[in-house]
Design a binder for this molecule. Structure first.
Ligand code: FE2
Length: 240
């Protein structure tokens, strides 16, 4: 499997607190059957003192752990961008953005949970003009998505990739996102599932229990598509 949403880089956001904690999580990735992960630290100006340069500076910590421990895990890093004015400004120089893939194609974006972002469709369209496709982080948490599956379908038709997250499924954000995750999964509205793993011990829980729940809900074949086949295309930067 391949994980396209986690906060494994230590001490840059609200994810792993130390290199030791990153190592513990990395071992759980390997044990639970992951072969590659893309770290997606938060870039959200009002909340985290973090930017592309800081992520580039800290990512080698994880690379060094993997090498030192000889872990069979491929690693790269992107970012989880919050949709705000500073992200819109960055679209002027799309090459500076940290994408999920080496080709600069897939951008992970999160949104306000309650208020529908203004001009969302225009944003998706604008990304397309820059050669970027949006991966929408945890749509199951957004009121304007889980209450309006037609809107979700419209975004998917525009090329948006819906990324369900195991953090929601495991109840980390309360019982409602868990319910909405299951409803969206049942309605076949996710193109991929990732973890949104932040810290121990919850990362371990989602990597083992969370994956099993997904398999039980949709069967082995569909869960492989959501957790492996499609994430692999994104990780490599292949169009689909
Ligand atoms: Fe996240």
């Amino acid at each position: 499997m391949i994980d396209l949403h986690n906060h494994i880089i230590p001490a840059v956001d609200d994810g792993a607190r130390s290199a030791e904690e990153s190592l513990e999580i990395l071992k759980h990735y390997v044990e639970s059957g992951f072969s590659a992960i893309c770290a997606t630290s938060h870039i959200r100006s009002a909340l985290f003192d973090n930017d592309e340069e800081n992520i580039r500076r800290h990512a080698p910590i994880v690379e060094e752990i993997i090498k030192r421990e000889g872990l069979p895990l491929a690693f790269r890093y992107g970012a989880e961008y919050y949709y705000d004015d500073s992200l819109l400004e960055k679209l002027d120089n799309p090459k500076d953005l940290l994408t999920l893939d080496p080709e600069g194609r897939y951008l992970l974006v999160e949104f306000d949970y309650k208020i529908a972002p203004p001009h969302l469709k225009e944003f998706v369209f604008k990304l397309g003009l820059k050669g970027l496709r949006m991966v929408m982080a945890h749509p199951e948490r957004y009121r304007y998505i889980y209450k309006d599956f037609d809107f979700a379908e419209e975004l998917i038709a525009m090329g948006v990739i819906m990324q369900g997250t195991l953090g929601s499924l495991m109840g980390e954000m309360g019982s409602r996102p868990r319910k909405h995750f299951k409803e969206m999964l049942k309605a076949d509205l996710f193109q991929i599932i990732s973890t949104d793993c932040h810290r121990m011990p919850s990362c371990k829980k989602m990597l083992f229990e969370g994956i099993e729940i997904v398999k039980k809900e949709v069967g082995t074949e569909k869960s492989l598509e959501l957790l492996q086949t499609t994430p692999a295309l994104i990780y490599k930067g292949q169009p689909f």
